[in-house]
Design a protein around this ligand. Structure first.
Ligand SMILES: Nc1ncnc2c1ncn2[C@@H]1O[C@H](COP(=O)(O)OP(=O)(O)OP(=O)(O)O)[C@@H](O)[C@H]1O
Length: 388
């Protein structure tokens, strides 16, 4: 698929903007702070309903305005679809697909993108929350209905945790209510764990292929899940050593739900003491390995970058193979500046056969040579087209 046209009203530093994009490579150029990232942030928002830079939507609305509007014409598998999102300061956001009002979440079913951003290094080097976010964005890109289970799970964790907090310090009548939350936690949590296990299983081969293309060497990148449910049952060591991702992904929903319930029972008294929900996908981590060592704390800066980029290349290739709507749109936001010349060329080479690639850069010297770009220049929230 590709973005054919993007219109913005009061989005970030754009009062209005009209941007035509072409199939193939598009280059958005401009000095620092002119609005390049803001443009691709708007495009990425249609895929995930969130910004990769901020939590919450308020910063997306131009200072002084009440609402930001982004409209996008997407050309996918022989037909166009018109998407619209309105981000409101004081009211719930609104959305349209082909001019019919829908729930905002619906929009993500019609658009798929994989964004490579400087913050991706944090997936590899940062806290577990960043890796969970990577996994969960990937789940939604793969199966848009997963957004429902993730939102429901989040809500249940918050409500269950506040119940635990209110009961802290002693046994009380909350036990019965807790049972109801436990069942919902298990229901949604199991769905998420299974979807993550399948994702990690399916991502490993394309990750390796992406890494090999980037660095021309086989450092055997590896993925595994560290799951709090298994840790609480103290079966981690056994399962880690013996269960492959294939085996974990083939565990039935009923078996996993049973393990989840057992784990909750095992940590019940600690949860009551501490007022925290201690097991479930919100406490899990994605473990990354390279050359048989953990990436975190061992891999070099360059290797960490290559790992992060390969995760995204791997995801893009899964989405391409699975989606009837065609390739995801590839966004490279200011990443070439972080890479040496060889890696820049290998990265461009790895994504160049996707239907549409959108690159932002402050200076043209940062982008690999020999690409026939469609060029757009950004100056202080205004777009100027440039001859090729
Ligand atoms: N809600 C907002 N209202 C008005 N201006 C905003 C808003 N959010 C961000 N800006 C402005 O947008 C500009 C940043 O744009 P953006 O992040 O797209 O820059 P960029 O061109 O990608 O720069 P760099 O090359 O430094 O990454 C800043 O000047 C910032 O003040």
């Amino acid at each position: 698929m590709r973005v054919a046209h993007l219109s913005l009203v009061d989005f970030r530093n754009y009062r209005t903007a009209e941007l035509e994009l072409a199939s193939g490579p598009n280059l958005i150029l401009g000095r620092n702070g002119q609005g390049k990232t803001n443009l691709v942030e708007a495009i990425g928002y249609f895929a995930t309903l969130r910004s990769h830079r901020v939590t919450g939507d308020a910063p997306l609305i131009r200072a002084g305005a009440d609402a930001a509007i982004a409209r996008m014409r997407v050309a996918a598998a022989e037909r166009d679809v018109m998407l619209e999102l309105q981000v409101n300061r004081d009211r719930p956001n609104r959305a349209q697909v082909n001019r019919n009002a829908v729930r905002p979440r619906e929009v993500t079913r019609w658009f798929s993108a994989v964004a490579f951003v400087p913050e991706d290094l944090g997936i590899v080097r940062g806290e577990p929350a960043g890796r969970r976010r990577f996994l969960d964005d990937a789940l939604v890109a793969r199966h848009p209905v997963a957004a429902g289970a993730l939102a429901d799970y989040d809500r249940v964790v918050r409500q269950r945790t506040s119940l635990l907090k209110s009961s802290r310090g002693g046994p009380s009548a909350v036990e019965a209510t807790l049972g109801i939350w436990d069942e919902q936690l298990v229901e949604y949590g199991t769905q998420i764990m299974i979807a993550r296990r399948e994702l990690v299983r399916d991502l490993t081969a394309p990750l390796r292929e992406g890494y090999r293309r980037l660095v021309s060497e086989d450092h055997a990148p590896e993925l595994a899940l560290q799951e709090s449910v298994l840790t609480a049952l103290a079966v981690t060591d056994v399962s880690r050593e013996t269960a492959s991702m294939d085996e974990l992904a083939s565990v039935s929903r009923e078996t996993l739900a049973e393990q989840f319930r057992d784990a909750l029972a095992a940590v019940r008294s600690r949860e009551m003491e501490r007022g925290v929900t201690l097991v479930g996908p919100h406490r899990d981590d994605l473990l990354l390995g390279l050359n048989q060592l953990p990436v975190k704390g061992y891999a070099s800066h360059g290797e960490s970058w290559s790992f992060a980029l390969s995760l995204k290349i791997g995801l893009a290739s899964i989405l391409r193979d699975e989606s009837p709507a065609g390739d995801p749109v590839i966004i490279l936001d200011d990443v070439f500046a972080e890479l040496d010349a060889r890696r820049r060329e290998s990265l461009m080479d790895a994504v160049s056969d996707f239907e549409q690639v959108i690159v932002t850069a402050a200076v043209e010297e940062d982008v690999p040579p020999g690409v026939s770009w469609r060029r757009v220049r950004v100056e202080a929230g205004r777009l100027l087209e440039e001859a090729a």
